[in-house]
Unconditional design. Structure first.
Lengths: 107, 119
């Protein structure tokens, strides 16, 4: 199985800040990496697919990049509604494992 | 716009079978997408359970495969999950989702349903 790790596990930031979350895959997953946002009591919301593409309706302050087996999610100019937990997921090989999550908290 | 809605018992006894259904609207399960189940437990976080396509072809998480069955109900545009021999470790929120495999991935999710395993 491909293992997904994320760093940091938690992050404190202020409205207006830019933040970056990193996800690493244990093996090559090509570009098949997705990012999700989850708020308490809600389902995950798809943000980014194939590492760099925004899902429909997702604000352009969210962006993704990839370099080999390392992937990053960047959120520019944080808004109050962005404070949530973020997960990566690979969908290149079964099982489609998720990362453990990064909790983004308001400073 | 596609919508997915999970339904099923919120309480299941240990050793029994958990059964959930996902009703799909705004898309046909007979189309080109895959239809997936994901769960979220305190112990393992988000865990992909498996998926099914319009032909009934399934892919399962090997770690759960012996206990999982996913099936289609084309007449009602829904798909189902059966999870046997449940234990307290299977307590969590179960989500159904649409999988678009060559691009957008798990792009649409149901609201989720909490399943508690307890006697």
């Amino acid at each position: 199985d491909i293992q997904m790790t994320q760093s940091p596990s938690s992050l404190s930031a202020s409205v207006g800040d830019s933040v970056t979350i990193t996800c690493r895959a244990s093996h090559d997953i090509s570009i098949y990496l997705a990012w999700f946002q989850q708020k308490p009591g809600k389902a995950p919301k798809a943000l980014i697919y194939t590492a760099t593409n925004l899902q429909s309706g997702v604000p352009s302050r969210f962006s993704g990049s990839e370099s080999g087996t390392e992937f990053t999610l960047t959120i520019d100019s944080l808004q109050p509604e962005d404070f949530a937990t973020y997960y990566c997921q690979q969908y290149n090989n079964y099982p489609y494992n998720f990362g453990p999550g990064t909790k983004l908290e308001m400073k | 716009q596609v919508q997915l809605q999970e339904s099923g018992p919120g309480l299941v006894k240990p050793s029994e079978t958990l059964s959930l259904t996902c009703a799909v609207s705004g898309d046909s399960i007979s189309g080109g997408n895959w239809w997936s189940w994901v769960r979220q437990t305190p112990d393992k976080g988000l865990e992909w359970i498996g998926e099914i396509n319009r032909s009934g072809t399934t892919n399962y998480n090997e770690s759960l495969k012996s206990r999982v069955t996913i099936s289609l109900d084309k007449s009602n545009n829904q798909f189902s999950l059966k999870f046997s021999s449940v234990t307290a470790a299977d307590t969590g929120v179960y989500y159904c989702a649409r999988m678009r495999p060559t691009g957008p991935g798990l792009d649409s999710w149901g609201l989720g349903t909490l399943v508690t395993v307890s006697s």
